[in-house]
Design a protein around this ligand. Structure first.
Ligand code: BGC
Length: 254
């Protein structure tokens, strides 16, 4: 099934049509910059323009950088205060006539990596972390996603973890890759003590060049880097929508 996958992020909104059986992008990938703070009106306008650009009224999957329950936005830490409490799924139906499946962006990335990428066929507990404007996290247990895990908001070193180890922080504090990797490694070890995963998968736009920092990671748990880097959000959103269409929606997303 072909699905339009959309990945809403703190710096850009990305979209492409995805063949959900193979995980391949079957259209060009379009990216429009995110203007912060994001308002409901502006986001609806951008999503409408993307639908028009793809001339698309078929199934849509949409990754969102916050907690999503039943298609409604619960949190949107890095986008702005206008969005929490909003029925995004309902608004897309009302304004653009589409039935979109909305899910957390890291959950989307994890679905893509579990289906086709770095966590394909992996048994046990996989903890996926995405490094970007924030830190996304997703837990996959024997191939099944546990939605809305928010480890980027755990307290770490007296701070909200993502304020200490995100890609935005690396740039804002002008950290070298080594300095940033040592911080990130400390966070991985912290998570390892609490969750004891069998595998970490590290993805997101901020981790798309593992050569720059992989050598500084000392954590014991095996680490793999995402196969899809910053395409995982698009692919996983589409995969989530395709599954929801055939099986009905589960807890969390919608
Ligand atoms: C949000 C998460 C999201 C992550 C990455 C965090 O601030 O709370 O839901 O997955 O950023 O975008």
């Amino acid at each position: 099934m072909d699905v339009l996958g959309i990945d809403i992020g703190g710096t850009g909104i990305k979209a492409a049509v995805v063949d959900t059986l193979s995980g391949d992008l079957v259209s060009e990938r379009v990216r429009v910059p995110t203007e912060l703070p994001v308002t409901r009106t502006a986001l609806l306008r951008t999503l409408g323009a993307l639908l028009d650009q793809f001339d698309w009224r078929g199934p849509v999957g949409c990754g969102f950088p916050g907690v999503i329950r039943g298609g409604c936005v619960d949190t949107a830490a890095n986008l702005g205060p206008d969005l929490p409490g909003w029925d995004l799924k309902g608004a897309l139906r009302e304004h653009h006539g589409i039935a979109a499946y909305i899910l957390n962006d890291a959950d989307a990335a994890a679905l893509a990596e579990a289906a086709f990428g770095a966590a394909r066929g992996q048994c046990g507990v996989v903890l996926v972390l995405t490094v970007g404007t924030g830190i996304g996290s997703a837990l996959v247990v024997d191939g099944v996603l546990v939605p809305n895990i928010e480890l980027g908001h755990a307290e770490y070193k007296g701070k909200v973890a993502e304020h200490f180890v995100s890609n935005r922080t690396r740039k804002a504090e002008e950290l070298s890759w080594k300095q940033w990797a040592q911080r990130f490694d400390g966070f991985l070890r912290h998570l390892e003590r609490i969750i004891q995963p069998d595998l970490f998968v590290i993805g997101g736009g901020g981790a798309k060049k593992p050569k720059k920092f992989a050598e500084f990671l000392r954590v014991k748990t095996p680490v793999r880097f995402a196969a899809y880097a910053n395409r995982a959000g698009i692919i996983g959103a589409a995969v989530g929508a395709a599954r929801a269409e055939t099986a009905g929606t589960g807890r969390g997303a919608g």
